[in-house]
Design a protein around this ligand. Structure first.
Ligand SMILES: Nc1ncnc2c1ncn2[C@@H]1O[C@H](COP(=O)(O)OP(=O)(O)OP(=O)(O)O)[C@@H](O)[C@H]1O
Ligand SMILES: [Mg+2]
Length: 272
């Protein structure tokens, strides 16, 4: 990887990325914030997901990639407690060691397990400012920061310029930023994003994904679902490849860049 003056810290030789001051986010020393064990989701008789184990350390960005229908959305929906249709879900999801798998989605969200779905959490008939208004009963807690509107504008200056516009008038990239902003205002412990780069211009893809590094540098734990492997591999610490609901390969970003299964299928056979 070249050493460009970009805001994305390069991975170190051991595959970890430099952490934020005062801690080692994403490193082996950081606590495991999210743990998934034996997570299975079936629609009718079809298994959409069969995951032995997955864990995320504090301040880590984990990428989940895979083809259409591989089970990526099924995974983040199951973690968030959302269901499309009537899936049968079994297995454990632990947030900071607490099993949340019996909790409905809204209780998991209150606990800080937040998903920005493909629909992006944006109200089309409300202005950007109105979208960035969050019920007053959300407060900072250990390991969680409740962003205010100003902080969201600092992260995404474009939203400040568009603050009077309706959600429905925004571009795909702006809607994505707004969806992320809304999630940040709910004080995420773990932020999950389902294909945030879909439909975005290449310039915006890197802008949105680089924001993930900024947030992880502050200690946020991020699960990033992406079809754009080439873009994702630049910002994640670790990458998981799903195929038919199962993990096929898993490793650090640098290991995965050299993995033939990733390189051939997603990076055009080269090393990017
Ligand atoms: N509501 C549903 N009812 C029945 N089957 C479903 C439902 N939702 C998803 N599936 C099936 O589960 C499998 C995984 O789908 P999922 O949407 O998780 O894939 P994905 O990796 O997110 O794909 P994409 O990249 O297209 O978003 C697919 O075989 C899909 O057809
Ligand atoms: Mg999906």
């Amino acid at each position: 990887m070249s050493t460009s003056p970009s805001s994305v810290p390069a991975a170190a030789a051991d595959g970890t990325r430099p952490g934020a001051p005062g801690g080692l986010p994403g490193s082996a020393a950081a606590p495991e914030v999210l743990q998934v064990a034996g997570l299975r989701v079936a629609y009718g008789g079809n298994n959409a997901l069969d995951l032995e184990r997955l864990s995320l350390r504090q301040g880590e960005v984990l990428g989940v990639v895979g083809a259409n229908g591989a089970g990526k959305s099924t995974l983040v929906n199951a973690i968030a407690g959302w269901s499309r249709g009537t899936p049968r879900v079994s297995g454990a999801v632990r947030l900071d060691g607490v099993d949340v798998s019996a909790l409905p989605a809204h209780r998991r969200a209150r606990a800080g397990l937040l998903l920005v779905p493909e629909g992006k959490l944006v109200f089309g008939q409300m202005s950007v400012d109105e979208n960035l208004t969050v019920p007053g009963d959300v407060h900072d807690a250990p390991g969680r920061h409740v962003y205010d509107r100003e902080e969201v504008f600092e992260l995404f200056p474009r939203l400040r310029e568009r603050r009077g516009h309706l959600g429905s008038q925004l571009s795909g990239g702006e809607r994505q930023m707004l969806g992320i902003g809304r999630a940040l205002m709910l004080g995420p412990r773990v932020l999950m994003l389902d294909e945030p780069s879909i439909g975005l211009a290449p310039r915006l893809v890197s802008a949105v994904l680089e924001t993930m590094r900024t947030l992880a540098g502050k200690g946020l734990t991020i699960l990033l679902v992406e079809q754009n492997v080439r873009a994702a591999i630049e910002v994640v610490d670790r990458l998981v490849l799903l195929e038919r609901g199962r993990v096929i390969v898993e490793g650090t970003a640098s290991e995965m860049r050299d993995d033939p299964r990733i390189a051939e299928a997603y990076l055009g056979g080269g090393h990017g």
